[in-house]
Design a binder for this molecule. Sequence first.
Ligand code: RNT
Ligand code: ZN
Length: 418
Amino acid sequence: MKQQLVEQAYAIAKERYAAVGVDTDAVLNTLQQVSLSLHCWQADDVVGFECRGGSLSGGIQATGNYPGRARNIDELRADIVKAKSFIPGTHRLNLHEIYGEFGGKSVDRNQVGPEHFAGWIQWAAEQGMKLDFNSTSFSHPLSGSLSLSNPDPAIREFWIEHTMRCRAVAEEMGKAQGDPSIMNVWVHDGSKDMTVNRMLYRELLKDSLDRIFAVEYRHMKDCIESKVFGIGLESYTVGSNDFYIGYGASRGKMVTLDTGHFHPTESVADKISSLLLFTPEVMLHVSRPVRWDSDHVTIINDETLELCKEIVRCDALGKVHIGLDYFDASINRIGAYVVGSRATQKCLIQALLEPLAKLREYEANDQGFERLALLEEAKSLPWNAVWDMFCLKNDVPVGEEFIAGVQQYEKEVTSKRA
Ligand code: RNT
Ligand code: ZN
């Protein structure tokens, strides 16, 4: 697209926004500071690089068999580099433990250490990306239905050891990058059918977490993620929302809000302000549930928009970490990264462009009509011109131009993967 067109449209948008008290240049600067944490697992359908193999378990599922899945570390890295070239700004990479560099050896989950991520740390530094991390409870012979809440001491110890080691890995990442690595603990623990032991498993999970978090680190931050149910684990989830809110609030740990992990009419946006009053920060997994926690590619929709608006309205960009979490195996996977990341950023820019001062003035004066009218008008202010300028400034394709870029990479690279 012509640079001149983008500049002209931006000049007009700048004036329109100035009229409602919004400084578009300041918005561009603010958005520049916001890093998304790109989930590594969209590139390979959550398979990872353990040499054990086996299928995805733990109640999650990547459906579709679009060709071109990344089959090894080099392919995954190349895909991330390609995706990132279409996403404006500076972003982080979120790794799972199963994506370690195990050098063709079988390294069990209770043997993992920072050495398996030394290559990633070096690569990320070269790419100007910071790393976040996740322990991995699923897709392992000992995953079963219960990991950290398993009444069998041997199995529970195994997963405690794994999670403790993962924190040590995250600590090394944080140290190397001079910025804390955020480590998410999500365990799939639950039960397919009714349980008569809800309390027992939750007590065990609480105790496991207390032991895991007993070691204090300075270069990593912990977060804990709840969900409603998993596939094959429909009747009970040990790590429910209530469980982790209680845990996070009492232990000063961040709670991870995955937008696919709540009842369909529940507003995740509404949770931000409550959590921030009782937990230090918030981690997000921005996704798009369709009928269930289906992990479709994030798009601009009311849910994502409201979520971003709440972050901005709470003045919490510095306290809310925005990670993505979806895995669609039915479409071009690099395209999936780009669409979901750009959609999240487009929601953020709309949130930043909200004429908040004016809206708050109306609200303070009890001017309900005026507030409603401006909220409605703001929806069609020319935010897209500001977004195009953001892309232009960051030297990434403006508008739909990235489609051809993704297609070219598919033709040259991913379509050749058997
Ligand atoms: C699963 C959780 C979790 C995973 C990743 C792969 O329901 O959302 O965050 O998606 O750990
Ligand atoms: Zn998630």
